[in-house]
Ligand binder design. Structure first.
Ligand SMILES: [Zn+2]
Ligand SMILES: [Zn+2]
Length: 751
């Protein structure tokens, strides 16, 4: 007689909404085992019984053969008494208790679904909302946990008999697929005019006709609306840019497939892997000379933000159009993108000529993620659709749950508990009411999905940030104020699973120092819990209005020298007035140094979005230039605490001004300036290594979104024998700040 073995198996991680329970059932049936599986708030719970050898094989295969989208974090096995199960069933989920089961990120249409999409014999032939247990919308349609159809925006669609049969058929690709649907029972596509009235005919064919005619079509994606025009259509791109007034940000370009994408950009194996990954991010890539892209798509940029279709709707649209489309965010001028139909019609009615939309609600807004290959690795510049809400692993346990509120621009929030950090999707700049509402909703939603009830709340030292005010108003929480640039370096440490101490180089916009000054070009000695300021860029006055008018920083650096320069002549009416003001605060900001040089070279006197002057300066620079400018690196007093070292950015501006006067071409000057900054960082770190004994450097802050600077700096530091940490999974700018704040708060809680 065979001995019946019974075990209870608990699986934690991303195991809901990824076909895990159907996988468990078919595995058990194949091995002749009985029992049941059900989702609970912590993951899935399996009772399995049968012959010992079968149970052992089950436990091995459970992890080895798990579905592609699953990510098992922990498996706990406990032996028990046989319960006399007959057959194997999937039981209803248990929604009570603390929720640690995770919701997967949205995932691009899989190859199996694409085959059905193209098959005239399939009942989902050309169905724009085709999906299965391994692909489709997840995070953006989920209202609560555990992940089950009634808690998604698919709840309103009743399965037709054919879909219901698949849903209940073990072994079917759509067994327990909570997004299941078909042309008879699922979401439906519509094409609306600018006033919201239905346009007749096939929505995709009509949209294609409009696009060919150079019209702007708003397209509903997974996380919100985009505004589309054909990428090569000069007039259409100019029209779209004109209607999105006050905006200079480059548009992304979506190509039908890799072959079409290769006509636009140089794509190596790494880039091809990123473009075709399940997350389908925008990837910043070198644009091919003569690529068929209208001038208005990415003016002044040598790179293009490229992406491939991530929903069946995009696949159908791109295939029928036969050429790439330029995609702008579905907003008017920098506020969060529209994600409900009503909001889209209200806000985008003056921009879009038509709306290609559907009736499946988007519950959570999520922008496209943006990645950039830099210095042999890939850095995430915007972490949203396709990545959120998947947690980042932490090296150290978090003693009490933490909520970190981030800063103001590129806002994110972060919840941390045990060894996981849930970094929210990019929430935008907290300037307007819509973004503030999204910020508060994100905190509630992530608390709901993760079950985390924070005891500790981390925030920036700047009390004027809406995020800080929100933190200070949370009743009963232990508050932890984290210095802005310490949070940047801690974010880089957490991103790399490191805990320091390191020499932290935080080259950034502006952040409050504990001395009340405006920091932003900082050299810190930092670990997760503590930091000490070792040095900084030599402070200069920051004239009022300098953030929107970089030429004012050129004035602050050049003063009355070089009166013949074009930047002085262009701004002659206000130049002396700017310098005459004695009340300008001092700043050591590296971003403002880049602004000054951008204006000096005539690239940007004024900007319409954060970082624009520096971004365009990088795009303008000749990457082959090897010349450099020397900046004085002065060590004041080794024994004196803080303020050890000063790097004079003014030397770089003056050298650039002299080259400009001598008639050196501006791309060469921009190249030499980048090299000069990288040289200065490397020399400063060498001096600080002698002073501190530290030989690891962490690079963070918005200025390190600049590939030319990052590559030059990493190369020089490695050549000097440093171990270099740079951002990989979270952005170097303030979008990664909440992770750093959470890491600091947790480290202080452990101490
Ligand atoms: Zn699929
Ligand atoms: Zn159906």
């Amino acid at each position: 007689m065979t001995v019946v073995k019974h075990v209870d198996v608990h699986v934690e991680g991303i195991v809901q909404g990824v076909g895990f329970r159907p996988f468990v059932r078919s595995l058990a049936i194949r091995l002749g085992l009985a029992g049941r599986v059900r989702g609970d708030v912590n993951g899935v719970h399996i009772e399995i019984e049968g012959a010992l050898a079968g149970v052992e094989e089950f436990l091995t295969a459970l992890e080895r053969d798990a579905p592609a989208l699953s990510d098992i974090e922990r498996v706990t096995v406990v032996s028990g008494e046989p319960a006399g199960h007959r057959g194997f069933t999937i039981a209803a989920s248990d929604p009570s208790g603390l929720r640690r089961a995770l919701v997967p990120a949205d995932t691009a249409t899989c190859d199996d679904c694409l085959r059905e999409l193209a098959d005239p014999a399939d009942r989902r032939h050309r169905y724009p909302f085709i999906g299965c247990v391994t692909c489709g919308p997840r995070f953006t349609i989920v209202r609560g946990a555990p992940y089950d159809r009634p808690r998604t925006t698919m709840a309103g669609y009743t399965l037709c008999p054919a879909c219901a049969a698949e849903y209940h058929a073990p072994g079917n690709r759509r067994f327990h697929d909570h997004t299941a649907g078909c042309p008879a029972c699922g979401p439906r596509l519509r094409l609306l005019d600018a006033r919201g009235a239905d346009l007749c005919g096939d929505p995709i064919a009509c949209a294609v006709t409009l696009l060919h005619a150079g019209r702007v079509v708003a397209v509903k994606g997974l996380g919100g609306f985009h505004l589309a025009v054909p990428a090569a259509h000069e007039h259409a791109a100019a029209t779209l840019r004109g209607r999105k007034h006050r905006e200079d940000q480059p548009f992304a370009v979506m190509a039908a497939d890799l072959a079409q994408a290769r006509r636009l950009c140089t794509i190596d194996d790494t880039a091809a892997g990123l473009l075709t990954s399940r997350a389908r991010p925008i990837v910043l890539l070198p644009r091919r000379p003569g690529a068929p892209v209208a001038a208005g798509v990415a003016p002044g940029h040598r790179t293009l933000g490229l992406l491939l279709p991530y929903t069946a709707l995009h696949h159908l649209l791109l295939a029928e159009l036969g050429e790439p489309i330029a995609l702008a965010g579905g907003d008017v001028s920098g506020e969060p993108i529209a994600h409900t139909d009503a909001d889209a019609l209200t806000r985008l009615g003056g921009i879009a000529d038509a709306f290609l939309t559907h009736d499946r609600p988007i519950h959570v807004r999520a922008d496209d993620s943006v990645l950039r290959p830099m210095s042999g690795e890939v850095t995430v510049l915007r972490r949203a659709r396709g990545y959120a809400p998947e947690p980042l692993p932490l090296r150290h346990r978090v003693p009490r749950p933490v909520l970190a509120c981030g800063a103001e621009l590129n806002s994110t929030i972060c919840l941390a508990a045990e060894r996981r950090a849930y970094l929210s999707q990019h929430l935008g700049d907290l300037h307007d009411q819509d973004a503030l509402r999204a910020f508060a909703e994100a905190i509630d939603h992530y608390c709901g999905l993760s079950g985390i009830r924070p005891d500790v709340v981390a925030h920036d030292l700047h009390t004027g940030y809406p995020s800080t005010r929100h933190a200070l108003a949370i009743p009963g929480a232990d508050l932890v104020g984290v210095q802005h640039h310490h949070a940047h370096i801690a974010s880089c440490l957490a991103d790399n699973g490191d805990s320091g101490p390191v020499i932290g180089v935080a080259f950034d916009g502006l952040g409050h120092g504990p001395d009340g000054a405006l920091w932003g070009g900082e050299f810190l000695r930092a670990d997760l819990a503590t930091y000490e300021r070792l040095g900084h860029l030599t402070p200069v006055p920051m004239p009022a209005g300098a953030i929107r008018q970089p030429w004012r920083m050129a004035a602050a650096y050049l003063r009355h020298d070089h009166p013949g320069l074009a930047v002085v002549r262009r701004n002659a009416a206000s130049w002396a007035g700017v310098l005459g003001r004695a009340d300008a605060p001092l700043t050591s900001s590296a971003a403002r140094l880049f602004d000054a040089v951008s204006a000096l070279l005539g690239i940007r006197d004024t900007v319409t979005y954060d970082g624009q002057a520096a971004i365009e300066l990088e795009q303008h620079a000749d990457p082959a230039e090897t010349g450099t400018y020397p900046a004085a690196v002065t060590l004041r007093d080794l024994r004196c605490a803080g303020d050890l070292l000063a790097v004079d950015g003014g030397d770089l501006v003056r050298a650039a001004a002299e080259d400009l006067t001598a008639g050196v071409p501006t791309p060469v000057i921009a190249g030499r300036f980048h090299n000069g900054v990288a040289d200065a960082i490397a020399r400063a770190c060498q001096t600080l290594r002698q002073a501190t004994g530290l030989s690891a450097v962490a690079l963070s802050g918005s200025v390190f979104q600049n590939a030319l600077l990052l590559e030059g700096t990493v190369e020089r530091l490695r050549a000097a024998g440093f171990r270099v940490l740079r951002h990989i999974r979270v952005p170097p700018h303030d979008g990664g700040l909440s992770l750093g704040q959470a890491a600091v708060a947790a480290a202080r809680d452990r101490a």
